[in-house]
Design a protein around this ligand. Sequence first.
Ligand code: F6P
Length: 323
Amino acid sequence: MAIAKIAILTSGGDAPGMNACIRAVVRASLQKDIQVFGILNGYEGMVNGDFIEMNTRSVGNIIHRGGTMLKSSRSKSFTTTAGRKAAFEQLQNRNIDAVVVIGGDGTCKGALQFTNEYAIPFIGIPGTIDNDLYGTDFTIGYDTAVQTAVELIDKVRDTANSFGRVFFIEVMGRDVGSIALAAGLAAGAEDILIPELKTDIHELSLKLQNSRQKESYIVVVSEGDDAGGVLEIAAKFKQLHPDYDVKTLVLGHLLRGGSPSANDRILASRLGTAAVDALLNKNFNVMVGVEKNSICYTPLSQIRKHFVSINEEWKHLLDVLSY
Ligand code: F6P
């Protein structure tokens, strides 16, 4: 079967660089005479038939823009048998030969479920700020999110220093601590709490006490940390240290917005183009990724969450640099 017509969508949490990736998929396809349809609002739009034909100009002027021009959703209906059947009919009615999906773990799982039921191939592209996917060293949006977090934490440091405060700053990363670890290290945080490492508030308290001569303390907390969110952690900490001036800040969706970094634009362009290559080579139902700076393809059936592995070097960095 020759691929003549494809559809593309973005799903789940948007990530800076998704637009650059859409641009790459559209342009690489058109160059091979493949017609491209954009599906609006993720899988929800596939179920409801929200398709728009795309051309090279419809992806002009978007490489530098955050968010996703195709919009996104966390579709409930696509998780149902009836929803996927409706989605299949929408694709069939338009003679779509294959679908490219940009998103995270849930997006790849949705693609896998669909391809187990219907004979329309899918290609996944990792787009999530969380950098939590097996099959790629980096996901689109992670580099920008870390940079944004560092810039914001640097600003907090200025004001924290002026008052000698302890700040608990929460960053996104539902299950995995990649953003917290990278942003915390780059911002010189006094401690970093991530779901992959057990959090002990007493230990944290001792560590901060031992470095009391510092002007301020910043603790970067991953939203999925086992000790809870920043409010809970700060409350527990305050019980141990009623004398400390403790503040909390949730960076939340600030990390999802903004113009993508050069690295994310390049990664998105590479992965988008590689996704079209996969289709041309009939390498179906895979997620395209980058490992050791080379393009790689992993079956959708093998895609799962990838947790941060704290090796000896990281442990050493964390121990030595925060005092
Ligand atoms: O999956 C990416 C992510 O940004 C997570 O880090 C976060 O937990 C979640 O999305 C938030 O999603 P929503 O915008 O739907 O609340």
